[in-house]
Design a protein around this ligand. Sequence first.
Ligand code: ADP
Ligand code: ZN
Ligand code: ZN
Length: 692
Amino acid sequence: MPPIAKVEPITTARALRGPFDYLRPDGVGIGSVLVVPFGHRDVMGVVVGLAESSEVPDERLAAPRRVLDHDLPPELVDLAAWIGAEYCSTFARALALVSPPARGRAKLTWWATATGADPDGGRPPTDRQRALLGSLPRAAGADLAALRRLEARGLVKLERRATRRHVRHDAVGARRAQAPPLTADQAHVLAEIEARLGESEPPPLLLHGVTGSGKTEVYLRAAAGALAQERGVIVLVPEIALTPQIVSRFVDRFGDTVAVLHSKLSAGERHDEWMRLRSGSARVCVGPRSAVFAPIERLGLIVLDEEHDASYKHEGDPRYDARRVAGRRARQAGALLVAGSATPRPESVHRLRRLRLPARVDGRPLPPVRIVDMRERRGALHPDTSHALVDAPKAIVLLNRRGWSNFVDCRSCGHAWSCPQCDVALVLHRSAGHLACHHCGHRERVPQRCVACGSMSVARHGAGTERLEHELGEIGHEVFRLDADVRDATALLRRFEAAPRGILLGTQMVAKGHDFPDVTLGVVVDADSTLRFPDFRAEERTFALVAQLAGRAGRGPGGGRVLVQTLSPGAASIAAAARHDADGFLAGELGRREALRYPPFSHLIRIVCSAQEGTAVGEAARAVRGGLGDIPAAQVLGPAPLFRLRGRERAQLVIKAARRAAAVHAAGAAVAEVAGDRTRRGVSFSVDVDPQ
Ligand code: ADP
Ligand code: ZN
Ligand code: ZN
C-alpha cells in the first residue's frame, strides 16, 4: 500500500484547501477517519487519497495521532467531492455532511450471566429465582434487585456493558405487518420497478400516484425486492415528526434491519444507528434528507417519498438538494431511484420516466373541491365554510401563516411595527405575549401605545393560525393547532387521531402525508398566500398545497369534500387543483417554463452578497457581476437589492444558464475572487445552485 495518506481536515474555513499529506498508518485507506496534528491543534480528517510520494520533505511529514474506528465507505468520499464542486462549497464541508455523527456517551446497562456454580450450603433457590436463572444471560431490568441477591450467593455474575441505545420508533396509524395483496395498478407498477432493480444502470423512475393510491405499499415491496438481492435501501421522507406513519410501516414490515436517522435522536442514538448501517446489521435506512448519506454498501434502491417537498433542499452551506444527490448516489451505486408524489415537480415529470397509480386503493373518488370566492368578504371564514365545519365531526384546516395577526400598526399615525434587524413586519403572537420576526427570531413585548405618537390605539391586521384557533374554539370546536410553534408534532397528531371530533388546524404542515380515515372535510383558508410570492415556483407550490390538502380529506367510508377560500378564484393552479387535474396543470406549467426559460429548461444559480453596510454590498455585487463575465448560453439578472435580514443589507444576482457545469464553475470562481479581496472583509457571499 502507498505510504502517504492524503487527508482533508474537516473544517469550515473556506480558505483552507486540502488535502494535506500524512504518513499512512497500517490498515488506513480511503474513507478512514483520523485525528491529525494540524497547525497548533488536532483536527479530525478523512483520508481522500493515497500516494506513493509527497512533496512535503520527510522530516516534516507527520503521523496521525489516532485512527477512529468508524470509517466512511469510499463511495461517500466520492460523493462528497462531487457535492463540494456541484454546490460551490468545499470538499471539507461536504465531508462533514457525510461523516458519522459524534459518538455521544455510551449507555451502560447491567448484564447478568449465570456462573454455573452450585447453590451454596444454604437454602435452595426458590421457584422465582430458578426462573430468573433460566432466563440468563440477558440485560437486567426491573429484577436487578433479585439478581443482586443471586449474585451475593455466587450464582450470577453482574457486569456493566455498553449496549446499543435502542431507538424507539413511535407508531401512528394502523399497524399492519402483513403485506396486503396488491391492486392491479400496484402490481403493474411493481413489475416495472422489479425489472429495473435487475438492471445494472437503471434509469430513475417517478411514481406519480394520487393520494391514497398505495405508493407506500409499492415502496415496501420494492425494498423487499432489493433486500432479496442482498442490496441495501434508503428511504427519504420529508420530516419524520410529520410523517411517522411511513417510518412505522417500514419498521413493522422489516423489523430490526431498519435504522432510522432523524434529528430527534440523541447524538449517541444517531451514532449507534449509523454504526448499525455501517456494519451491515441494518440494511434499510429511513430518514429525512441527510439520510441520503447513510453508510450503506451495495445499495440497490433509493426511495424519495413526497419528492415535491421543499425540505429536501438544505439551507446551509453546502446548499445541496437531496433529490439531486440521491440521483447521483444511485448512479454511482448502480441503484434504482424511485421518486414518488401525488404532485410531482415539473422538473421530475420532464426528466424522469413516469409510472402511474391513477386511483385510490379503495376505489373511492377523490373528494369534490369547491372554490369559495372571498373577494367580497370580510373575516377569515366564509359563512359556508363555518357551516361545513359545524357539520363535519373531523376536519383539517390549512392556513399558511403562524401567529395571531400578520402585522400591527397605529390607528392614528400609521406607524407599523417592523423588525429592527430585518425589513419585515413583526407578527403578533398573543398567547406568548410578544411580537416576533419570523425571519430572525427577534421578539419584543406587545405594544400598549404607539412608539411614534403615543396613541393607545393599535390595530391588528390579518389572521394567522393562532387567531383562527381562537375563533374556531369560540364556535365550540376542539382545535388541534399544528405549526412551527408546536413542540411535539407527533404527539399532537396522535391526539387528533384518537379524538372522536375536532379540527386539525395549521400551516402547510397539516397537508403532509397524514392518513386519517375519519376526516371528511378539508379547508384551505387563504389559498393565495403562496401565490403572492414573487417566485417562478409560486404556481407549483399553490397547486401542490391545495392538491395535497384535498388528498387528506375523505379517505374513509364517510367520503368527504374540500373548500378552497381564495381571492383569485381564476388562478390556474387553484382551478387545476380543484379539478384534481395534475396532468393539465403540469402541461401548462411546463409550457410556461419553457417559454420563460425556467427550470427544467435552464439552471438557476443565486448569489447573495450581504454586509452591515449598503454601499459595500452594492460594490461587492457589482464586482461579482464583473467577474462572471460572459458565461456561454447564460443570462445574468441583477444585482438587485433584497430586503435587509438579521441586520445585514443584501443584494442578489441570478444566473439563468442552459449549461450547468460552466455556470457553476463561473459562479464559484467569481465569488472566490471577490471574497478573496481583503478590502471586502465585511462582506459575506452565498452561492445557491438550484435555489428553492
Ligand atoms: P399513498 O402513499 O399513495 O398516499 P398509502 O400507501 O398510504 O397511499 O395507502 C393508502 C392506504 O391504503 C393505506 O392505509 C394502506 O395501508 C392501504 N393500502 C395500500 N395498498 C393496499 C392494498 N393493495 N390493499 C389494501 N389496502 C392497501
Ligand atoms: Zn402612532
Ligand atoms: Zn428579523
